[in-house]
Design a protein. Structure first.
Length: 238
């Protein structure tokens, strides 16, 4: 669990601390992605948010997963990328059913009222984004109330890390400074055969909501032409 000394409040942003294991003293605080040298016999603790520890020489490898509340100890000096996972923790992806995949820990609505149903979520794709049930003071009834969680820029208007979590709506690829072409449907075999994906129900965790305008979740990948990684975009040029 998280030491009470570093306890995450309802609105706390991402935080990772480094600690010298031999004297339990905090030696560093990180709130954003950074490349650092970790001394020998040092522990890193994910106080708030989920983090990934990556090797700068192999940044696209999976790395060490560090969910909130967990720690990892380095026995020798190591250079690592401290990568914080922002999307769906501190913001929500509007392109994924208005935040259906949001899994953050906020438990109050936008007015600071405590959620009666635990945490802010959006299981039914409400257009207002993640919400929770609160007690209406006038009627005494339970009502849905927006949690005021911001929409993600990460992995929507741009991509973070190696782009695997990208859920934006870009659907063209530039082939020169002056020219771009539309992406081929992921399940189309013409003009290029996609060796990775076949006509099937897609997995939302992997490809996101493929027809955001229709709010279908999950839906058929056959309608999907948006850019995704690591297989990127299949262009329509022969």
């Amino acid at each position: 669990g998280i030491n009470a000394e570093y306890g995450a409040s309802d609105c706390m942003g991402p935080l990772l601390v480094t600690m010298a294991t031999f004297r339990s003293a905090i030696t560093g605080n990180y709130t954003d992605t950074a490349t650092v040298k970790i001394p020998a016999k040092t522990s890193v603790l994910a106080v708030s948010g989920d983090w990934v520890l990556r090797n700068p020489k192999n940044p696209y490898h999976e790395g060490i997963q560090l969910p909130m509340g967990q720690s990892h100890t380095f026995s020798r000096e190591s250079e690592v990328i401290l990568y914080v996972q922002i999307p769906n923790k501190f913001c929500y992806k509007d392109t994924e059913g208005h935040g259906r995949m949001f899994s953050g820990l906020q438990n109050t609505d936008s007015q600071g009222r405590r959620c009666l149903n635990g945490l802010c979520r959006n299981p039914d794709g409400d257009s207002r984004g993640p919400y929770c049930l609160v007690k209406d003071e006038e009627s005494g009834k339970q009502i849905k109330s927006s949690c005021g969680i911001p929409k993600c820029i990460w992995d929507v208007e741009c991509y973070a890390d190696n782009g695997v979590g990208y859920r934006g709506n870009a659907n063209t690829v530039s082939i020169s400074k002056e020219e771009s072409v539309p992406c081929q449907s992921w399940t189309a075999d013409k003009p290029d055969v996609n060796p990775v994906i076949s006509v099937t129900l897609h997995i939302p965790d992997t490809f996101g909501n493929t027809t955001a305008a229709l709010d279908l979740f999950p839906t058929l990948l056959i309608l999907h032409k948006a850019v995704r990684s690591p297989v990127l975009c299949v262009d329509t040029t022969a």
